[in-house]
Design a binder for this molecule. Structure first.
Ligand code: ASP
Length: 283
């Protein structure tokens, strides 16, 4: 499942992502998909649009909420991006909640890894069939669980984004995807905030998140137009994103079969969507 809400208060975006990291049904935090060695290497990123401050982590195997660690990198270090042993050491130093690496490894993800290995593939987190749960896991890509992301704008026009993931099933140990790469899976400036999902290598190649902002800035396009153009430029089946602009315009476009998504505005209006004809961001 891929839930990608746009929430109305910028400061809530990381909290929103923490909730989803704690739920084993998402490909982030507990529930993260497994590397080829059967281990978890989580990644997360946050960015504040007005200040352009950002923080990112990769190779996380014990931190319960990687998105919070990314935020601490932003707030407490002179750097942007910490990975593997250094990031884990920083987590200990900051006293964030940690668990044994086995806490993050679910039976469902062991099965996803088994299937990916059998097919000799590195793949997005979908499961073709989980033993004993065949009816809940159809044989197509609609059974994806999904990287999680959130973009937000508050009443003062502050934009922010956060993304968190376990990456791809059967990924090489040490592989870094788009999520923590500023401008690829995650980006915010004073025009818009963007969080992407899909095949990390394609998203990095197309600098998806930054491109949305650049097309708005240099092409004078609206957020909806810019996001649609950028997503259309990525090979089909590879990307989806949620984005919000400084004007409060929301875009949730994807060239995958579906993308679990939702948006909510102050005043109580909300929309949820999965397929192309569902909510596309008119909050
Ligand atoms: N973009 C993530 C990655 O490639 C995976 C995902 O979005 O599901 O690491």
């Amino acid at each position: 499942m891929r839930l990608r809400p746009a929430c109305p208060r910028a400061r809530l975006h990381a909290l929103q992502v923490r909730e989803m990291e704690n739920c084993p049904h998402f490909n982030a935090g507990r529930g993260s998909v497994l590397t080829t060695d059967g281990t978890v290497e989580m990644e997360a990123c946050v960015m504040d649009g007005n200040t352009m401050r950002c923080g990112a982590v990769s190779g996380i195997s014990t931190v319960v909420n990687p998105v919070s660690l990314a935020r601490l990198v932003m707030e407490k270090t002179p750097h942007i991006y910490l990975a593997f042993d250094g990031a884990e050491a920083f987590a200990r130093e900051q006293g964030v909640e940690t668990m044994d690496p086995s806490h993050f490894v679910t039976e469902e993800n062991k099965e996803r890894l088994r299937q990916a290995k059998e097919a000799n593939r590195v793949q997005i987190d979908y499961t073709q069939q989980i033993k004993g749960q065949e009816t809940q896991a159809p044989k197509d890509d609609n059974s994806r669980i999904g990287t999680v992301g959130c973009v937000a704008i508050d009443a003062a026009g502050n934009l922010a984004t956060a993304t968190s993931t376990g990456g791809l099933v059967n990924k090489m140990v040490g592989r870094i995807g788009d999520t923590p790469v500023i401008g690829a899976g995650t980006y915010a400036n004073s025009l818009c905030a963007v969080s992407a999902t899909g095949k990390g290598e394609a998203i990095i190649r197309h600098t998806v998140a930054r491109d949305v902002a650049a097309v708005m800035e240099h092409g004078g396009l609206s957020l909806q137009e810019a996001a649609a153009r950028v997503v259309a430029g990525v090979p089909p089946g590879n990307v989806g994103l949620v984005a919000v602009s400084a004007a409060g315009e929301v875009s949730m476009v994807h060239n995958t079969t579906g993308m679990f998504r939702a948006c909510a505005a102050e005043g109580g209006h909300s929309e949820v969507g999965i397929w192309h004809d569902d909510a596309n961001g008119h909050c």
